[in-house]
Design a protein around this ligand. Sequence first.
Ligand code: ATP
Ligand code: MG
Length: 324
Amino acid sequence: MDRSLSLITPTGRLTLGNHLGALRRFVAAADAASSPDDCFFGLSDLHALTTPQDLAVLRATVTETATLFLAAGLDPARATLFRQSRVPAHRELAYLLECTAYTGELNRMIQFKEKGRGVPSTRVSLYTYPALMAADILLYRPSVVPVGDDQRQHVEITRDLAIRFNHAYAPVFTVPEVVTPRAGARVMDLQTPTAKMSKSAATDAGVIRLLDPPDVVRRKVARAVTDSDVGPDAVHSSSEKPGVTNLLDILAACGGSADGITTYGALKSAVTEAVVTVLEPLQKSYAQLAADPAYVDSVFADGSARAREVTASVLADATAAMGL
Ligand code: ATP
Ligand code: MG
């Protein structure tokens, strides 16, 4: 079986989008795996440091996110759960890959172009993070990396670095194929339905957090931007209506149905109910796990130890190949 590998950066409290587009898929991959060595899911806390963070908030977000991995149903017997910062091979290999990457290719990275270039206080790590991301991937030797369109550029540069390194030194790295899985749920912001729902969004009103209580979900959905026309066909003639399309997509992804719904009010009630139904078991499980933080810590400590073991030989091979 191919190894699955995916990381989530603790830059904000996890959203419904993170669940439908990532965590829920992680659980499906873990449930189909035959060994925890087939699935590595991590918290990329080093990547969080590419922008300034309030340290207390960062710590709380790391703890909450780790607990949510388990609350979403990830079974540590079927997947290895780890913290990137606890596996030093990530930053060690990142340096070797910085010595493989060219400034020309880092200059083209969208995130740096959009968020950092020309701003004197931009952290150097926001410029070099693609090398860390390449290390995140190459250390685990996955043969395929499934990503959404927004992540394609990262895997492309990872491939370029792996090919260049293998050619210049020794064939240390597996060159991963990029696969873009069948369009999955892409949840849009409820207030700005042309933008993706993001955990680091500047305002919370359009973002459903996984730990939002039912009344908060209800309020956010009730205030979701819909579109101006009303009438019996308003809900279903929705191709040019990002607000309604998003609500219909969320409803379907959460197992609800729009059959028989003709008004925005009824649609919003159905969306609220479907979302709450998905979040309820997760929140119950979260409450139990949050009462036992030592257990959550031990899962991530064990997983990080396993990640240190499986990555050690790749790092050693790469180090030796570069003549060190
Ligand atoms: P940030 O604002 O920090 O980039 P994010 O919510 O975009 O936060 P990421 O850490 O970039 O989250 O991505 C984590 C995972 O969640 C990825 O697998 C990504 O594809 C998925 N994901 C993020 N947002 C959505 C969304 N709105 N719909 C579906 N999947 C999403
Ligand atoms: Mg993102």
